[in-house]
Write a protein that binds this ligand. Structure first.
Ligand code: 3IX
Length: 216
């Protein structure tokens, strides 16, 4: 049996079902150190700048030197998958991962998951709208969390079907919410919706497959 808290990070597991997630490394949520949120927020700002500036050559040369220096400073601290706070700091936007959309989970349980946030300049596609490829990223991670919050082992996405119903604006607070529709053996069918207020921007259906022992 599995019990769930009301918010991310409170999940309590009473058996070893969570161990049955194929060859996935064992992931555990982590409380990131005090400067991790600041680091990730600054890196997101840097990403926004990187896709939105037109920089004079001399400034760009100086900035490139500094960025290369930062890369060198961080390089000695590379750790294997599952050991960085990135992706595991579940109280932070995007779980503290730069890859993920910087959204904040506000509901997390077997009845479903809801998250809130904005698409930023970094996510621009064209004409002020979010890039179409960023929505599947948001949905795919949501589907993983929904399956996890439902008490199923970590599963792989077999398919992810996104319907784009309206243009997704940048810098506008949106919500995404979804839940498990049904479970059939290894298969978990999940649906989710991206909303701007009462306006449906996109909906998604996914098949998540529980991994077989040793499956990567
Ligand atoms: C990261 C965790 C952090 C932890 C921090 C703590 C807490 C955080 C909370 C939660 C965690 C948050 C997020 C979770 C993280 C990630 C979520 C994203 C997951 C992904 O992003 S993952 C990457 C994309 N994903 C792939 O890279 C998959 C590549 N692929 C394969 O690895 C295989 O393809 C596989 C394994 C999918 C299946 O392979 P297989 O051999 O095991 O199974 P098989 O093919 O036999 O299918 C069995 C039955 O499913 C049916 N079936 C299969 N595929 C279908 C399809 N497409 N359409 C319709 N039906 C399909 C068959 O028809 C059959 O049906 P039937 O049994 O009825 O005949």
């Amino acid at each position: 049996m599995t019990q769930h808290g009301e918010s991310a990070g409170e999940t309590v597991r009473e058996d070893d079902e969570y161990e049955h997630h194929g060859g996935f490394p064992k992931f555990a949520p982590v409380a990131a150190g005090p400067d991790w949120p600041r680091f990730v927020a600054a890196m997101r700002d840097l990403q926004d700048r990187a896709v939105s500036v037109n920089v004079p050559d001399d400034v760009l040369a100086e900035v490139s030197d500094r960025v290369e220096e930062l890369v060198d400073t961080l390089s000695p601290y590379i750790v294997p998958e599952g050991q960085s706070p990135s992706g595991r700091a579940i109280e932070l936007p995007g779980r503290g991962s730069l890859l993920m959309l910087p959204w904040t989970i506000e509901k997390f349980g077997p009845e479903g998951v809801r998250s809130r946030g904005v698409f930023r300049r970094f996510h621009l596609g064209g004409n002020g709208a979010a890039h179409g490829g960023t929505l599947p990223l948001l949905f795919d991670d949501m589907m993983g969390m929904i399956v996890h919050a439902y008490g199923r082992p970590i599963s792989r996405t077999a398919y992810l079907h996104v319907n784009y119903r309206a243009i997704t604006p940048l810098d506008t607070e949106l919500t995404v919410e979804g839940s498990v529709d049904r479970v059939e053996g290894r298969k978990t069918y999940v649906t989710a919706r991206l909303m701007h207020g009462d306006t449906l921007l996109a909906d998604c259906e996914a098949l998540m497959l529980e991994l077989l022992p040793g499956q990567a």
